[in-house]
Design a protein around this ligand. Structure first.
Ligand code: SAH
Ligand code: DHB
Ligand code: MG
Length: 229
């Protein structure tokens, strides 16, 4: 089993199931041209996010970690009519590339891209929130995942979905002695998920053109504003 095989299967699955889209292709091309790291979700995972947004009938989506806006475009396209998406990005250069990509995809009017450190921006998002987020996609720096999860939970409702990307990291997540700060943080987040009575969570491994990784899926099962028990 090899990355070459995973990549060719990803290419096959994408070719057969993911309709080519000029704006999504251009988002990846302009991100590469601007030397952004190629750590966007794959097309088939992007479509998965789109389908999740449709499944939950998302009117409000929060994304932490925009990069060039590739996942943002998928999520924005999954919004219910009248829906809105807030996406948070720390790197001004990434945000600038994303703004162009979002405009080209025709989703600028439904996407509110905010520049800054997510932990600095989240309190403002909470303060002005009119409705809870139906879907949260956590995909920024991994060391802050425990904090991103805590904030996300307070910003959701019963039935909301929280997706956390990159929770397997080549299998390193299973090593209790890992010295990698990202791995340690993902493990800490998993323990928080396990101990949190207001959610039900699982995680899945993935292989593909981006290698061996995975994502966690968290369903909010009781009122986040009211501690359980
Ligand atoms: N969701 C994107 C990929 C995001 S990559 C996609 O799939 O297309 C992670 C992004 O998080 C990078 O652009 C990085 O600059 C940003 N990031 C890293 N630390 C951050 C922080 N503390 N606050 C906000 N964004 C951060
Ligand atoms: C990294 C971040 C991502 O969002 C991703 O999908 C892959 C890798 C990283 O920071 O290494
Ligand atoms: Mg990611």
């Amino acid at each position: 089993m090899s990355k070459e095989l995973w990549t060719s299967v990803d290419r096959y699955l994408t070719d057969v199931l993911v309709t080519p889209d000029a704006a999504l292709d251009a988002a990846l091309e302009s991100s590469a041209a601007a030397d952004l790291p190629a750590i966007n979700v794959t097309p088939n995972l992007g479509k998965f996010l789109f389908l999740l947004a449709r499944l939950v009938g998302a009117k409000n989506i929060l994304e932490i970690g925009t990069l060039g806006g590739y996942s943002t475009i998928w999520l924005a396209r999954g919004l219910a009519p009248g829906g809105r998406l807030i996406t948070l990005e720390a790197e001004p250069k990434h945000a600038e590339v994303a703004r162009t990509n979002l405009a080209r995809a025709g989703v600028s009017s439904v996407v509110d891209l905010r520049e800054g450190l997510a932990l600095d921006l989240l309190p403002g998002v909470a303060a002005e929130m009119r409705a809870p987020f139906d879907l949260v996609f956590i995909d920024a720096d991994k060391v802050n995942n425990p904090e991103y999860f805590r904030h996300s939970l307070e910003l959701t409702r019963v039935g909301s979905l929280i997706i956390v990307d990159n929770v397997v990291r080549n299998g390193a997540v299973a090593d209790p002695n890992s010295s990698d700060a990202s791995v340690k943080a993902v493990r800490r987040m998993n323990e928080i998920l396990a101990a949190e009575p207001r959610v039900s969570a699982t995680a899945l491994q993935t292989v593909g053109s981006k290698g061996y990784d995975g994502f966690a899926m968290v369903l909010v099962t009781s009122d986040p504003k009211r501690p359980a028990g």
